[in-house]
Design a protein around this ligand. Structure first.
Ligand SMILES: C[S@@+](CC[C@H](N)C(=O)[O-])C[C@H]1O[C@@H](n2cnc3c(N)ncnc32)[C@H](O)[C@@H]1O
Length: 384
């Protein structure tokens, strides 16, 4: 590939992330518009390069200082940048406030381990038993040269060790027989423990990954009211659920604000996988290293409190989760309701909440450096 094209695309990706605060996927799509690439291989190669480049942005800033020319940054990065002598936040390539926050929560050594682990992506694939039996999917993956480990907690879940091509291009993934889904996301549904015949309200449902797992685990026999504030995302979800083999007659899709919605009767269970800062998903989207701010965390914390307040009105058994490592979106949201709820720590293999915070021994946290998952907070709440 021509060096000029490479530099142009990487600079455009960074421009999109810096100026429009979009995810790496959106930035890459926009950056490639109008550029002729030689097939899938070239595109995938560039995408991986863009991920690494954006991930290294803070480090580059430390080495080169503020420079207006994004192409200059790309060129310097392509030549290689030494991290010798840099302070740890630069070496790990995070903004200083984020580094300070994480190390104040976990201590320097463990905090740095967590930050380093978020610089690597771990891939999980959930076998979609609604589409094909496990053995068939495993054989298909093996025939494509994929190496995997079957998860200890969830036998339908695989950790991918090696793949000759990008996950989304594997045949079982293209056929919806296997779905990329992080183990933490599966753990949330495990805590919900859905049963056949139960009525479940999913208060922040799109794009539908957890709804689809609930339906897989109950063999399409749960009844779900799936709510999302975004009509566009609800439409995408409907499409996806169809492709994943979900019985749509059992899923009632609603575009509405879950902070205000009222229901005619109490469901058996409520899932609130709340909108959040995504600070636990840096490994999936390195653009978060740039776009995450303390203001965003505050904003989401207040949204989460509004949503949880209504969740406690709607049902008696509630699972609250966020893909965030920030206590403002986890322990501190739950503690607002501490007089009205009981908490159950059901996942034995999960960590507890951050030490020294209210209720921390009764909530669950999953960490990239410990559990090889995204950073997640999960609480099982029994409302009075
Ligand atoms: C973390 S995502 C949910 C992911 C989903 N549970 C899954 O597993 O695929 C959060 C979702 O909450 C939705 N959302 C944000 N505010 C909302 C509100 N007030 N009411 C309902 N949905 C909301 C967003 O549109 C977004 O789709």
């Amino acid at each position: 590939m021509k060096e000029k094209v490479k530099i142009k695309i990487l600079a455009r990706v960074l421009y999109e992330v810096l100026n429009h605060r979009v995810s790496i996927d959106v930035a890459f799509k926009r950056a490639c518009k109008g550029v002729r690439l030689q097939g899938t291989d070239e595109r995938e190669y560039l995408y991986e390069l863009a991920r690494m480049f954006v991930s290294d942005y803070q480090k580059l800033q430390c080495v080169l200082g503020r420079t207006k020319s994004l192409s200059k940054l790309v060129r310097a990065w392509l030549r290689g940048v030494s991290d010798e002598g840099l302070p740890p936040y630069c070496r790990l390539s995070y903004s200083k406030w984020f580094y300070d926050r994480v190390t104040s929560l976990l201590g320097k050594e463990e905090g740095e381990q967590l930050l380093a682990s978020m610089n690597e992506r771990v891939w999980w694939l959930r076998i979609n038993t609604l589409k094909a039996p496990e053995e068939r999917v495993l054989k298909l993956l093996e025939s494509e040269g994929v190496e995997y480990v079957i998860d200890r907690e969830y036998p339908f879940l695989l950790r991918i060790k090696k793949t000759p091509k990008p996950i989304r291009l594997l045949r079982p993934v293209k056929n919806y027989m296997a779905i990329p889904q992080d183990k933490a996301s599966v753990a949330v549904v495990d805590v919900l423990s859905p049963g056949a015949g139960e009525l479940i309200v999913d208060m922040a449902a799109a794009p539908g990954m957890k709804t689809s797992l609930i339906m897989m685990l109950t063999e399409n026999r749960a009844k779900i009211v799936a709510i999302d504030i975004s009509y566009r995302r609800i439409l995408l979800m409907k499409n996806l659920l169809k492709k994943l083999g979900i019985d749509l007659s059992q899923v009632h899709l609603v575009a509405s604000d879950s902070a205000r919605i009222k229901l005619p009767r109490h469901p058996d269970k409520v899932l609130l996988d709340a909108p959040c800062s995504n600070s636990g998903a840096v490994s999936k989207d390195p653009a978060l290293k740039i776009s995450l701010t303390e203001g965003k965390i505050k904003y989401y914390a207040s949204k989460q409190a509004e949503l949880l307040r209504n969740a406690i009105q709607l049902g008696r058994v509630i699972v609250y989760s966020v893909c965030s490592i920030m206590p403002e979106e986890g322990e501190l949201v739950i503690s607002l309701f501490k007089d009205r709820v009981t908490l159950e720590k059901t996942l034995k293999w999960a960590s507890s909440g951050y030490k020294g915070l209210p209720l921390s021994d009764r909530v669950m946290r999953l960490f990239p450096h410990k559990h090889l998952t995204e950073g997640f907070f999960i609480a099982k709440i029994l409302a009075e």
